[in-house]
Design a protein around this ligand. Structure first.
Ligand code: SAM
Length: 268
């Protein structure tokens, strides 16, 4: 079975090249276009395989059908700015959250806690900010960063699909680049859980892979249409999912990265 899977990309490339020659392209142009089309699929498949490999997970990492990112924890803080998710992106998320002094905030899938620490600065000593993540290595880095920066943000192991907090606890729930780490049923559970832990009138501010507003993205993003973790998101269903989970309003308030990521705000 494994051998058949590995044969798929070259067969697909050969088939695509043949179709392009039939369409009138020269052989080398046809091969080039075929490789460009097939490569994103192969690269994407490789990335998912590495992240989901059990050897990449720490023994303390919580069990989840999501995709914990232990593997990236040591390089995550250097890697994010390289792909355009630096300080400006975090500040934009905080602006959409509109945090006030004294508020209580939960950051679901906090990773190394960059956003969590900024949120803690915004709510001040009277507020309280907690970041959760199933990846033990991410939480370890997040705690170390918080100590180094003297941040009041707190970090603990947790999963989005079963939040270990009482009902009506938070003024604001944040989720940044986490939703695409969950399979479809866990996305629904995560949104219902976010709703449950929010106070009446509380808000969820979520930023994640969305239907790209710049169509050029489809050249590399097409594999996401075939992966259950991202399919609904790239088809533009985030707002619908929020409303189906019980939020009273859901609005796309902005985009990032040429419209690849969408900022969403939903009200309880
Ligand atoms: C791309 S990172 C984003 C981290 C951080 N929020 C940021 O904006 O940089 C996605 C995070 O989601 C976490 N994650 C994966 N499965 C999860 C789950 N079931 N519940 C909560 N977080 C999860 C991963 O461990 C990872 O840290």
């Amino acid at each position: 079975m494994k051998k058949i899977v590995w044969l798929c990309p070259p067969l697909m490339a050969a088939l695509a090249a043949w179709i392009f020659t039939l369409l009138g392209f020269t052989l080398w142009t046809a091969v080039l276009i075929a490789l460009l089309l097939v490569c994103p699929g192969v690269i994407f498949y490789g990335i998912v395989k590495v992240f989901r490999h059990p050897r990449g997970l720490s023994p303390e990492t919580l069990p989840t059908r999501g995709m914990p990112l232990d593997v990236l924890a040591p390089i995550y803080d250097r890697y994010c700015p390289m792909i355009g998710l630096g300080r400006a992106f975090r500040r934009q998320t905080i602006r959409y959250a509109g945090l006030n002094v004294g508020e209580s905030v939960l950051d679901i899938g906090c990773g190394t806690g960059v956003l969590t620490r900024l949120a803690a600065d915004s709510v001040g000593p009277a507020g309280r900010v907690t970041g959760i993540d199933p990846a033990a290595k991410m939480i370890e880095v997040a705690r170390k960063n918080a100590i180094e920066e003297g941040s009041r943000a707190e970090f603990r192991l947790g999963v989005a699909e079963a939040l270990d907090f009482e009902d009506n606890r938070f003024d604001c729930v944040l989720s940044s680049a986490m939703l695409h780490h969950l399979p479809p049923d866990l996305k629904d559970k995560c949104l219902s859980e976010a709703l449950r832990v929010l106070k009446p009138g509380g808000r969820l501010v979520l930023v994640d892979v969305d239907r790209p507003t710049n169509k050029a993205w489809w050249v590399v993003l097409w594999p996401l249409l075939f992966w259950p973790f991202t399919e609904a998101q790239v088809k533009g269903r985030i707002g619908e999912m929020m409303l189906e989970s019980g939020f009273s309003r859901a609005e796309r308030v902005g985009g990032w990265g040429g419209g690849l990521l969408g900022f969403w705000k939903a009200l309880k």
